[in-house]
Every structure is written in structure tokens, then in C-alpha cells.
Write a protein that binds this ligand. Structure first.
Ligand SMILES: [Cu+2]
Length: 170
């Protein structure tokens, strides 16, 4: 009898501790203040001969964050990479050469490189746009047609995975 009462008291104490934890609502408040949102997600329409595409969007993170990776379904492209346009035309030895070259139109003309992360400043908006940071889609399975929707999964250091739908636009 004495032992049973002891067990009951222990259970009550455990419940009290659990109740105390759930009463503390500060966790939810903190998460809301730092909530990350993505807007204006779009992907550039590609021609049937293009094997690469690009996706752009605006990522807002009031508390700051770091974009570490992006991915798309294998039905869309073989790989997605974070790229930064360098703003230079590599090997440019004079504009006259370019007009005769059928390759390298559009964004392909610009220098760009893969980056392994992009920092979102603490105040905090990151805009992925033509001529800047972008999500490069490599080995396209099929052309990106106007109005198509490309599901893009972003990986952020703090916010975790965020999935957005990028609408194909010219
Ligand atoms: Cu690129």
C-alpha cells in the first residue's frame, strides 16, 4: 500500500512537469518572429534545344538565414545548383565575334559560378534574379513551357526545407 502511494505521487509529479513545459508558449512566438517566406518564384521558359534553365525568387527572412541548397524533382532536371552571376562575359574579345556565334545566347553569355551557400542578411531579403544569384537547373528532362509549374525545394540553415512552386515565364 505504501509503495502504491509512492508511485501515484511520482506520476503526478511527472504530469506537473509536463504541464509546466506546455504552458510556456515562448517557443511558438520566437518561430513566428523569424518566419521565412518566399514570393515571386518563377522559372525562365526554355527552348527545345536548351538543356539548362534557371529559377528565381525572393526569400524573406527577418532574422537572417543561409540558403544552402535547392532541388527539383528528377522529372524536371537532373540537378539544381545555387549559382552566382559574376557580371562578366568570359573570354569576351570584342562584341563582333558574338554575333556570329549561335551558341551562348541569353544568360549563357554571362559568367557564372556555383556557390555552396547564399547568406540572407538579418534585415533580411535575398532576391534571386537574372544577373544575380539564381537556381540553375541542369540536364533538363524537357523544355520548361510557359505556364508550367516547377516545384523547387529550398534548404535553409535555420528554416529547414521550404517548397515553392515556380511559375514558368518568358
Ligand atoms: Cu547559372
Amino acid at each position: 500500500m505504501k509503495k502504491m502511494m509512492y508511485m501515484a505521487a511520482t506520476a503526478a509529479a511527472a504530469l506537473a512537469i509536463a504541464g509546466c513545459g506546455s504552458d510556456d508558449g515562448s517557443d511558438g512566438t520566437t518561430a513566428a518572429a523569424g518566419e521565412t517566406s518566399v514570393s515571386d518564384a518563377w522559372a525562365r521558359v526554355t527552348t527545345p534545344t536548351q538543356t539548362t534553365g534557371a529559377a528565381y525568387m525572393t526569400i524573406e527572412s527577418p532574422g537572417g538565414d543561409t540558403l544552402t541548397a535547392a532541388s527539383v524533382p528528377s522529372s524536371v532536371a537532373g540537378e539544381a545548383q545555387l549559382h552566382e552571376a559574376t557580371g562578366e562575359e568570359p573570354m569576351d574579345s570584342g562584341g563582333s565575334m558574338d554575333s556570329t556565334a549561335p551558341m551562348g545566347s541569353g544568360e549563357g553569355m554571362m559568367g557564372m559560378r556555383e556557390v555552396d551557400h547564399v547568406v540572407i542578411p538579418a534585415d533580411g531579403t535575398l532576391t534571386l534574379e537574372p544577373g544575380g544569384y539564381h537556381i540553375m537547373l541542369l540536364d533538363l528532362v524537357k523544355p520548361i513551357e510557359p505556364g508550367a509549374t516547377i516545384p523547387v525545394t529550398l534548404e535553409l540553415e535555420k528554416a529547414g526545407e521550404i517548397e515553392v512552386d515556380a511559375t514558368a515565364e518568358e
